[in-house]
Unconditional design. Structure first.
Length: 255
């Protein structure tokens, strides 16, 4: 199987002690394409390092994560724009709104999100959107900026069926990760009502490990567990799920 991980923080310090082994396990499991989102400028060099180490497999994105929208967010956004203008990337992300940890910076998060969406449209890049406790706020921003150039992925989708349909209306695909394997994840109750052509798979490593690894460090080699769950939901083979979701990722990232 050729598996594509559309969202993995493989540069995370949580992999510092065994990164090469972690990557080899993923490659052995069939994961050959890793799309790597940014967090903030403190991780930029680590991203470049992992790209240099695995140039045939790693595809970088650039953006400012909503939980890292701090007092200096304008400076961080200037660095995002500088990098987007100066080298090759494959998406703008991860960006969005997160109200789980801190509601006090909603306005700043909205500002950063909107600006980065505009850059994604200008560059004709997919927008990789992070949502946590913020569907209404994210939809409000998307309504302001939507046009035919807007497309991307709703990363780690955990919403309702109605929110899924709304997300798809923005020319987005749904990023499906470990939550689909959770007993209380809920999305497995309706996901097969969404066409499989609208889904991509992701690890979000090192976060959100699928069952039976829930609560532990996640890694891309666990993606076959997500594929197995989707195969049951859609009554397809695991190879068909891997092939279709990889082709869907090609539609998004154009590679």
């Amino acid at each position: 199987m050729l598996i594509t991980d559309t969202h993995a923080h493989i540069y995370s310090e949580l992999f510092d002690n065994d990164r090469n082994d972690m990557m080899q396990r993923a490659l052995n499991a069939g994961v050959k394409r890793f799309f790597v989102p940014a967090i903030d400028s403190s991780y930029t060099q680590a991203m470049f390092d992992i790209e240099n180490q695995f140039p045939e497999n790693v595809f970088l994105m650039m953006g400012l994560h909503p939980t890292h929208v701090k007092e200096n967010y304008q400076e961080e956004l200037a660095l995002v724009k500088k990098w987007l203008d100066s080298r090759k990337f494959y998406g703008v992300g991860e960006i969005g709104i997160d109200l789980y940890w801190d509601k006090s910076r909603l306005q700043q998060q909205q500002d950063a999100f909107k600006q980065q969406l505009e850059w994604a449209k200008e560059k004709e890049f997919p927008a990789i959107i992070h949502i946590r406790d913020s569907f209404d706020e994210v939809f409000e921003v998307l309504d302001d900026v939507r046009d035919e150039r807007l497309f991307g992925i709703f990363h780690c989708f955990t919403g309702t069926f109605e929110q899924a349909k709304k997300a798809l209306s923005y020319n987005m695909k749904l990023g499906i990760g470990g939550v689909v394997t959770f007993k209380n994840g809920k999305i497995d109750q309706f996901l097969n009502e969404i066409p499989i052509q609208e889904l991509v798979i992701e690890s979000d490593a090192p976060y959100l490990a699928p069952a039976p690894h829930r609560g532990k460090r996640n890694e891309s080699s666990y993606l076959p567990l997500i594929i197995s769950k989707l195969a049951k939901l859609y009554q397809l083979t695991e190879n068909e799920i891997a092939t279709i979701t990889t082709n869907n990722s090609r539609d998004v990232f154009r590679i």
